[in-house]
Design a protein around this ligand. Structure first.
Ligand code: DP6
Length: 359
């Protein structure tokens, strides 16, 4: 695996202080990443819709200091100093130090906030780590202005991956593939790439309403869940199935075959949770209301000839997916029939987006 292209080649300018602000989105996988090896290499390729409204905004102040032996940083989340988030960032900085040695030359003050409610059960690692990666790349570009925009995004995704695998899919949009796949051009285990084939109109501006079933802290983190795929009895078949599904989904996205989209996406969600049910130790992240919602969606689809479907990430919340042209009817269904299953009737209306924005 050739990672040498990502090693910083040296500064052409001296920068004493700098501040950058980036807004980067969350994403929802259609074919799931579940299982990895060191260093953050996925066991199968995955693809996600980049979201638009669920995002993290991060500002980093860089102030030049004498060269340090461990990166110097402070972290503020939604206005408050958050020392409990520091170990994750410290681990991330340790993983990227060989690619970004300039992090030892600065004191970094990181200010971060999410557009979605705090502890909504929406994973903030994808948007959070990708935003930090973009700020680092802004500094890198100022140190070495020769960097071109394509390399900027590629290295940002490479760095984000080292913080959280799914974060590699939060730099661009509206569809991003991460993980090497023989039939997806330019795909790589090291970074995400935009899905570069023509996408049928029905999959443009796709809607994702996130039903907040359980806003509590998850009992089992994604990182622990990924590790349980080592020695999992179904692991090898699952990794093969995911790669086969990505190939099928690639054709579906191009042809506009929405019925097979629904089938594949729901099967991926349930298979992800089936892996959790069949791990050892086993665990369940769905809640009774998750299943109530799934059944309501199936009933609605059958009786209204609708193209509504669902997916799940590693939690109890349900992502309701549907084409833009069914927005009005489905929003009404969500408000009248599904919101009762959500904590405090809360849900977030989102749709596909184009990725990171400099502010
Ligand atoms: C179920 O990216 O959160 O959302 O790499 O350990 O940070 P780490 O895991 P993470 O795993 C996400 C898993 C998933 C599926 C997906 O997004 O593909």
């Amino acid at each position: 695996m050739n990672t040498s292209e990502f090693v910083f080649k040296g500064s052409k300018k001296n920068i004493e202080t700098a501040t950058y602000t980036w807004q980067t989105p969350s994403n929802i996988a259609l074919v799931k990443y579940w299982g990895k090896s060191e260093p953050q290499i996925p066991k199968n390729a995955s693809i996600s819709f980049t979201l638009n409204n669920c995002h993290t905004t991060t500002k980093i102040n860089f102030t030049k200091v004498e060269k340090q032996t461990t990166p110097l940083f402070d972290l503020f989340f939604e206005g408050k100093k958050k020392d409990e988030f520091k170990p994750k960032i410290a681990k991330f900085l340790d993983r990227i130090k060989e690619y970004c040695p300039y992090i030892f030359d600065y004191k970094m003050t990181i200010y971060s906030e999410n557009s979605f409610p705090h502890s909504s059960g929406i994973a903030s690692s994808a948007s959070g780590l990708s935003a930090i990666a973009m700020c680092l790349m802004s500094l890198e570009k100022e140190l070495n202005p020769d960097i071109n925009p394509a390399f900027f995004n590629k290295k940002a995704s490479f760095l984000a991956r080292l913080g959280s695998g799914s974060a590699s899919r939060s730099i661009e949009g509206p569809l991003v593939v991460w993980g090497e796949h023989p039939n997806i051009k330019e795909s790589s285990d090291l970074y995400g790439v935009p899905f570069s084939y023509e996408v049928a109109d029905i999959f443009k501006n796709y809607q994702d309403t996130i039903l907040l079933v359980d806003k509590g802290e998850k009992q089992v983190s994604s990182t622990v869940g990924h590790n349980l795929m080592h020695n999992h009895p179904y692991a090898e078949n699952r990794f093969k199935q995911a790669n086969d599904n990505l190939e099928k989904l690639s054709k579906i996205l191009q042809s506009g075959d929405i019925k097979n989209f629904i089938n594949l996406v729901e099967s991926e969600a349930l298979t992800l949770h089936a892996m959790m049910l069949t791990s050892n130790p086993y665990f369940i992240l769905m809640k009774p209301n998750t299943l109530q919602i799934i059944n309501e969606i199936w009933n609605y689809r059958a009786t209204n000839n609708s193209n509504i479907c669902f997916t799940l990430d590693a939690g109890a919340n349900v992502h309701v997916l549907y084409p833009h042209n069914e927005k009005e009817a489905i929003n009404q269904f969500i408000e009248t029939k599904l919101s009762v299953y959500c904590q405090k009737n809360q849900y977030i209306c989102d749709e596909t987006g184009s990725g990171a924005k400099a502010l």
